[in-house]
Design a binder for this molecule. Sequence first.
Ligand SMILES: C[S@@+](CC[C@H](N)C(=O)[O-])C[C@H]1O[C@@H](n2cnc3c(N)ncnc32)[C@H](O)[C@@H]1O
Length: 180
Amino acid sequence: MRASFGKITLLAALTLAACAPVPGQEVPYVQTPFHVVEAMLRLAEVTRDDVVYDLGSGDGRIVIAAARDFGARGVGIEIDPRLVAESTRWAVRDRVADRVRFVQQDLFQTDLTPATVLTLYITRELNLRLRPKILRELRPGARVVSHRFDMGDWAPDRHVRVPGEGGDYEVYMWVVPERR
Ligand SMILES: C[S@@+](CC[C@H](N)C(=O)[O-])C[C@H]1O[C@@H](n2cnc3c(N)ncnc32)[C@H](O)[C@@H]1O
């Protein structure tokens, strides 16, 4: 009895440790459903010529799908080293490790200049904080796609609702304008 209680306690401790926030984590880990990932990449019209950056890449699913299903290259930026490790394993399993990489980094410290497509599932507040950096660093014509959260008074070029079991998922897309 004692031994099994000990096992349960250990399991609970490991589960809590796996979910515990890491320093600098500004938004918790929540996954974009796979069919919404596909809708995001289609909305951005991703091709093999694109370099897709996902800021806060979680288990890497957006970047891996961009490489596996659209032939793009990709970079996932993630603050949690456990998720970076999981993404890297998954990229090997899906045979795209030569076209994607995952970096443990704060998304505000990331150089966005190589990206032609930027994907986001963070929060509206973080989108708004990122907006000046996006407009400064992304080249004109680059596409930004956000699951769920908009960019305030920067109106999206396109907006779709993707049906789901619990309701619709909002996906927004902006094209970075020419610099004035
Ligand atoms: C809502 S999840 C989205 C995961 C994935 N992009 C998806 O759509 O399935 C947000 C992710 O951002 C990461 N994150 C939070 N703060 C961050 C930061 N400052 N820099 C980089 N990643 C961060 C979290 O660890 C989490 O994995």
